[in-house]
Design a protein around this ligand. Structure first.
Ligand SMILES: [Zn+2]
Length: 278
Protein backbone atom coordinates (compact mmCIF):
# COMPACT_ATOMS: atom_id res chain seq x y z
CA UNK A 1 0.00 0.00 0.00
CA UNK A 2 1.39 3.39 -0.98
CA UNK A 3 -0.20 6.68 0.05
CA UNK A 4 0.12 10.01 -1.75
CA UNK A 5 -0.88 13.18 0.06
CA UNK A 6 -2.41 15.61 -2.43
CA UNK A 7 -3.50 19.22 -2.18
CA UNK A 8 -6.60 19.51 -4.38
CA UNK A 9 -7.41 23.18 -3.88
CA UNK A 10 -5.82 26.12 -2.05
CA UNK A 11 -7.76 28.65 0.01
CA UNK A 12 -6.16 32.07 0.43
CA UNK A 13 -8.57 33.97 2.68
CA UNK A 14 -8.04 37.68 3.15
CA UNK A 15 -6.88 38.01 6.74
CA UNK A 16 -3.71 35.90 6.51
CA UNK A 17 -2.71 34.72 9.97
CA UNK A 18 -6.24 35.45 11.18
CA UNK A 19 -7.10 32.21 9.32
CA UNK A 20 -3.94 30.12 9.23
CA UNK A 21 -2.07 31.40 12.29
CA UNK A 22 1.20 32.07 10.51
CA UNK A 23 1.05 33.87 7.15
CA UNK A 24 2.89 37.19 7.18
CA UNK A 25 0.97 38.81 4.32
CA UNK A 26 -2.64 39.66 3.59
CA UNK A 27 -3.62 36.20 2.36
CA UNK A 28 -3.86 32.98 4.33
CA UNK A 29 -2.92 29.58 2.98
CA UNK A 30 -5.13 26.58 3.66
CA UNK A 31 -4.80 23.38 1.63
CA UNK A 32 -7.42 20.78 0.75
CA UNK A 33 -5.69 17.57 1.78
CA UNK A 34 -6.83 14.46 -0.10
CA UNK A 35 -5.21 11.04 -0.18
CA UNK A 36 -4.56 8.73 -3.07
CA UNK A 37 -3.98 5.15 -1.93
CA UNK A 38 -2.42 2.57 -4.21
CA UNK A 39 -4.05 -0.56 -2.77
CA UNK A 40 -4.23 -4.18 -3.84
CA UNK A 41 -7.80 -3.42 -5.00
CA UNK A 42 -6.84 -0.49 -7.21
CA UNK A 43 -6.61 3.21 -6.51
CA UNK A 44 -8.63 4.67 -3.66
CA UNK A 45 -9.17 8.39 -3.22
CA UNK A 46 -10.05 9.82 0.16
CA UNK A 47 -11.94 13.03 -0.65
CA UNK A 48 -11.65 14.66 -4.06
CA UNK A 49 -11.20 18.38 -3.39
CA UNK A 50 -12.28 20.66 -6.19
CA UNK A 51 -12.79 19.14 -9.63
CA UNK A 52 -12.13 19.98 -13.25
CA UNK A 53 -15.44 21.75 -13.67
CA UNK A 54 -14.67 23.98 -10.69
CA UNK A 55 -11.24 24.85 -12.05
CA UNK A 56 -12.83 25.72 -15.38
CA UNK A 57 -14.91 28.47 -13.82
CA UNK A 58 -18.01 26.63 -12.73
CA UNK A 59 -21.37 28.35 -12.84
CA UNK A 60 -22.71 29.53 -9.48
CA UNK A 61 -25.30 26.75 -9.73
CA UNK A 62 -22.47 24.31 -9.26
CA UNK A 63 -20.13 26.15 -6.92
CA UNK A 64 -21.83 28.90 -4.91
CA UNK A 65 -20.02 32.23 -4.77
CA UNK A 66 -20.21 32.32 -0.98
CA UNK A 67 -17.41 30.15 0.28
CA UNK A 68 -14.92 30.58 -2.55
CA UNK A 69 -15.35 34.32 -2.02
CA UNK A 70 -14.82 34.09 1.74
CA UNK A 71 -11.98 31.59 1.28
CA UNK A 72 -10.56 33.27 -1.86
CA UNK A 73 -10.14 29.84 -3.43
CA UNK A 74 -7.41 29.33 -5.99
CA UNK A 75 -8.80 26.89 -8.53
CA UNK A 76 -6.20 25.47 -10.90
CA UNK A 77 -6.69 22.52 -13.20
CA UNK A 78 -3.30 21.06 -12.26
CA UNK A 79 -4.42 20.88 -8.61
CA UNK A 80 -7.41 18.64 -9.32
CA UNK A 81 -7.18 15.04 -8.15
CA UNK A 82 -7.70 13.89 -11.75
CA UNK A 83 -4.69 15.77 -13.11
CA UNK A 84 -2.55 14.60 -10.17
CA UNK A 85 -3.66 10.98 -10.68
CA UNK A 86 -2.70 11.34 -14.34
CA UNK A 87 0.60 12.87 -13.33
CA UNK A 88 1.38 9.64 -11.49
CA UNK A 89 0.82 7.68 -14.70
CA UNK A 90 -2.75 6.51 -14.03
CA UNK A 91 -6.08 7.33 -15.62
CA UNK A 92 -9.47 8.22 -14.13
CA UNK A 93 -10.64 4.63 -14.66
CA UNK A 94 -7.93 3.33 -12.32
CA UNK A 95 -9.64 5.05 -9.38
CA UNK A 96 -11.95 2.25 -8.22
CA UNK A 97 -13.14 3.79 -4.97
CA UNK A 98 -13.67 7.18 -3.39
CA UNK A 99 -14.17 7.41 0.37
CA UNK A 100 -15.63 10.73 1.49
CA UNK A 101 -15.31 12.39 4.87
CA UNK A 102 -18.37 14.41 3.87
CA UNK A 103 -20.06 15.98 0.87
CA UNK A 104 -19.09 19.65 1.24
CA UNK A 105 -18.21 21.52 -1.97
CA UNK A 106 -14.48 21.44 -1.22
CA UNK A 107 -14.41 17.66 -0.67
CA UNK A 108 -16.83 16.43 -3.34
CA UNK A 109 -16.03 18.72 -6.30
CA UNK A 110 -13.93 16.11 -8.09
CA UNK A 111 -16.39 13.18 -7.77
CA UNK A 112 -17.60 13.24 -11.35
CA UNK A 113 -14.05 13.29 -12.72
CA UNK A 114 -14.00 9.59 -11.77
CA UNK A 115 -17.20 8.17 -13.28
CA UNK A 116 -16.19 4.53 -12.74
CA UNK A 117 -15.54 4.89 -9.02
CA UNK A 118 -17.69 3.51 -6.23
CA UNK A 119 -18.39 6.30 -3.74
CA UNK A 120 -18.50 5.47 -0.02
CA UNK A 121 -20.09 7.89 2.43
CA UNK A 122 -22.09 7.77 5.66
CA UNK A 123 -25.81 7.35 5.11
CA UNK A 124 -26.58 10.40 7.27
CA UNK A 125 -24.37 12.53 5.01
CA UNK A 126 -25.98 11.35 1.80
CA UNK A 127 -29.38 11.97 3.37
CA UNK A 128 -28.41 15.47 4.52
CA UNK A 129 -27.03 16.38 1.10
CA UNK A 130 -30.21 15.20 -0.63
CA UNK A 131 -33.03 16.00 1.75
CA UNK A 132 -31.85 18.52 4.33
CA UNK A 133 -30.75 21.46 2.24
CA UNK A 134 -33.04 23.89 4.01
CA UNK A 135 -30.79 26.35 5.82
CA UNK A 136 -28.67 28.93 4.00
CA UNK A 137 -25.47 27.15 5.01
CA UNK A 138 -26.76 23.72 3.91
CA UNK A 139 -27.81 25.07 0.51
CA UNK A 140 -24.45 26.68 -0.04
CA UNK A 141 -22.29 23.78 1.15
CA UNK A 142 -24.07 20.87 -0.56
CA UNK A 143 -24.04 21.33 -4.33
CA UNK A 144 -26.07 18.57 -6.03
CA UNK A 145 -24.50 19.30 -9.44
CA UNK A 146 -21.27 17.94 -7.98
CA UNK A 147 -22.69 14.49 -7.31
CA UNK A 148 -25.97 13.99 -9.20
CA UNK A 149 -24.28 11.79 -11.79
CA UNK A 150 -22.60 9.42 -9.34
CA UNK A 151 -23.88 5.95 -10.25
CA UNK A 152 -22.42 3.71 -7.59
CA UNK A 153 -23.05 4.90 -4.04
CA UNK A 154 -22.38 2.83 -0.95
CA UNK A 155 -23.76 4.27 2.26
CA UNK A 156 -23.20 3.12 5.81
CA UNK A 157 -24.99 3.53 9.11
CA UNK A 158 -22.83 4.15 12.16
CA UNK A 159 -22.29 1.80 15.07
CA UNK A 160 -19.62 -0.72 14.25
CA UNK A 161 -16.72 -2.29 16.07
CA UNK A 162 -14.54 -0.45 18.53
CA UNK A 163 -11.51 1.40 17.19
CA UNK A 164 -9.49 3.10 19.96
CA UNK A 165 -12.77 3.92 21.73
CA UNK A 166 -14.51 5.17 18.58
CA UNK A 167 -17.13 3.31 16.60
CA UNK A 168 -15.91 2.21 13.22
CA UNK A 169 -17.42 1.04 9.95
CA UNK A 170 -15.40 -1.90 8.65
CA UNK A 171 -15.60 -3.98 5.51
CA UNK A 172 -16.45 -1.10 3.23
CA UNK A 173 -17.86 -2.73 0.12
CA UNK A 174 -14.97 -3.74 -2.16
CA UNK A 175 -12.27 -1.97 -0.16
CA UNK A 176 -9.33 -3.62 1.59
CA UNK A 177 -9.80 -4.24 5.35
CA UNK A 178 -7.09 -1.69 6.16
CA UNK A 179 -9.50 1.17 5.37
CA UNK A 180 -12.23 2.08 7.88
CA UNK A 181 -14.67 4.91 8.35
CA UNK A 182 -14.91 6.52 11.78
CA UNK A 183 -18.15 8.48 12.26
CA UNK A 184 -17.32 11.97 13.57
CA UNK A 185 -20.56 13.93 13.28
CA UNK A 186 -20.59 17.63 14.01
CA UNK A 187 -19.16 19.64 11.12
CA UNK A 188 -21.94 17.92 9.15
CA UNK A 189 -24.47 15.30 10.28
CA UNK A 190 -22.79 12.42 8.49
CA UNK A 191 -19.19 13.55 8.75
CA UNK A 192 -16.64 10.74 9.19
CA UNK A 193 -12.93 10.28 9.54
CA UNK A 194 -11.10 7.71 7.44
CA UNK A 195 -8.62 5.44 9.23
CA UNK A 196 -5.95 3.53 7.34
CA UNK A 197 -3.83 0.78 8.79
CA UNK A 198 -0.42 1.31 7.19
CA UNK A 199 2.78 -0.68 7.77
CA UNK A 200 3.95 2.30 9.88
CA UNK A 201 0.82 2.45 12.05
CA UNK A 202 -2.63 3.98 11.79
CA UNK A 203 -3.34 7.19 9.93
CA UNK A 204 -6.59 9.02 10.74
CA UNK A 205 -7.80 11.57 8.23
CA UNK A 206 -10.18 13.51 10.46
CA UNK A 207 -11.55 15.60 7.56
CA UNK A 208 -13.07 18.80 8.93
CA UNK A 209 -13.65 17.47 12.47
CA UNK A 210 -11.12 20.19 13.27
CA UNK A 211 -9.38 22.72 11.04
CA UNK A 212 -6.02 23.51 12.63
CA UNK A 213 -3.49 21.24 14.35
CA UNK A 214 -3.42 23.61 17.34
CA UNK A 215 -6.87 22.38 18.28
CA UNK A 216 -5.40 19.01 19.31
CA UNK A 217 -2.56 20.56 21.33
CA UNK A 218 -2.41 20.08 25.12
CA UNK A 219 -3.40 23.76 25.40
CA UNK A 220 -5.77 23.99 22.44
CA UNK A 221 -5.67 27.07 20.24
CA UNK A 222 -6.69 28.11 16.74
CA UNK A 223 -6.74 31.29 14.65
CA UNK A 224 -9.81 33.42 15.33
CA UNK A 225 -10.96 33.66 11.70
CA UNK A 226 -10.88 29.90 11.36
CA UNK A 227 -12.79 29.55 14.62
CA UNK A 228 -15.56 31.77 13.28
CA UNK A 229 -15.68 29.79 10.02
CA UNK A 230 -15.77 26.52 11.96
CA UNK A 231 -18.66 27.75 14.11
CA UNK A 232 -20.69 28.87 11.08
CA UNK A 233 -20.14 25.54 9.32
CA UNK A 234 -20.91 23.25 12.29
CA UNK A 235 -24.25 21.51 11.77
CA UNK A 236 -24.26 19.82 15.18
CA UNK A 237 -22.22 21.95 17.56
CA UNK A 238 -22.40 19.66 20.60
CA UNK A 239 -21.28 16.63 18.57
CA UNK A 240 -18.52 18.68 16.96
CA UNK A 241 -17.21 19.69 20.40
CA UNK A 242 -17.41 16.24 21.93
CA UNK A 243 -15.76 14.58 18.93
CA UNK A 244 -12.96 17.14 19.01
CA UNK A 245 -12.42 16.35 22.69
CA UNK A 246 -12.30 12.63 21.87
CA UNK A 247 -9.73 13.27 19.13
CA UNK A 248 -7.62 15.24 21.62
CA UNK A 249 -7.79 12.31 23.98
CA UNK A 250 -6.88 9.88 21.19
CA UNK A 251 -3.86 11.96 20.31
CA UNK A 252 -2.88 12.26 23.96
CA UNK A 253 -3.16 8.55 24.72
CA UNK A 254 -2.18 6.92 21.42
CA UNK A 255 0.14 9.30 19.61
CA UNK A 256 2.53 6.40 18.99
CA UNK A 257 -0.21 4.29 17.36
CA UNK A 258 -2.30 6.80 15.41
CA UNK A 259 -1.20 9.82 13.37
CA UNK A 260 -4.16 12.23 13.15
CA UNK A 261 -4.49 15.01 10.59
CA UNK A 262 -7.21 17.24 9.16
CA UNK A 263 -8.10 18.47 5.68
CA UNK A 264 -7.09 22.12 5.72
CA UNK A 265 -3.84 22.34 7.66
CA UNK A 266 -0.67 22.93 5.65
CA UNK A 267 1.61 21.80 8.49
CA UNK A 268 -0.15 18.41 8.58
CA UNK A 269 0.18 18.10 4.81
CA UNK A 270 3.91 18.95 4.81
CA UNK A 271 4.58 16.58 7.71
CA UNK A 272 2.82 13.64 6.05
CA UNK A 273 4.36 14.32 2.67
CA UNK A 274 7.85 14.25 4.11
CA UNK A 275 7.05 11.12 6.17
CA UNK A 276 5.81 9.32 3.05
CA UNK A 277 9.12 10.08 1.30
CA UNK A 278 11.13 8.35 4.04
ZN1 LIG B 1 -13.46 21.34 4.08
Amino acid sequence: MRIHHLNCGTHRPIGGAFFDGKSKGLLGDLCTHCMLIESADGLVLVDTGYGLQDARHASPRRLAYTWPLVLNTLLREEDTALRQVEGLGYSARDVRHIVLTHLDFDHAGGLEDFPEARVHVMEAERDASEHKRRSFVAKQRYRPLMYDEVRDWRTYAGGGEDWFGFQSVRELDGLPPEILMIPLAGHTSGHAGVAINTPDGWLLNAGDAYLNHGQLAPHPHMPLGLRIYERIMATELDNARSNLERLRQLKNEHSGDVDIFCSHDNDDLARLRSASLD
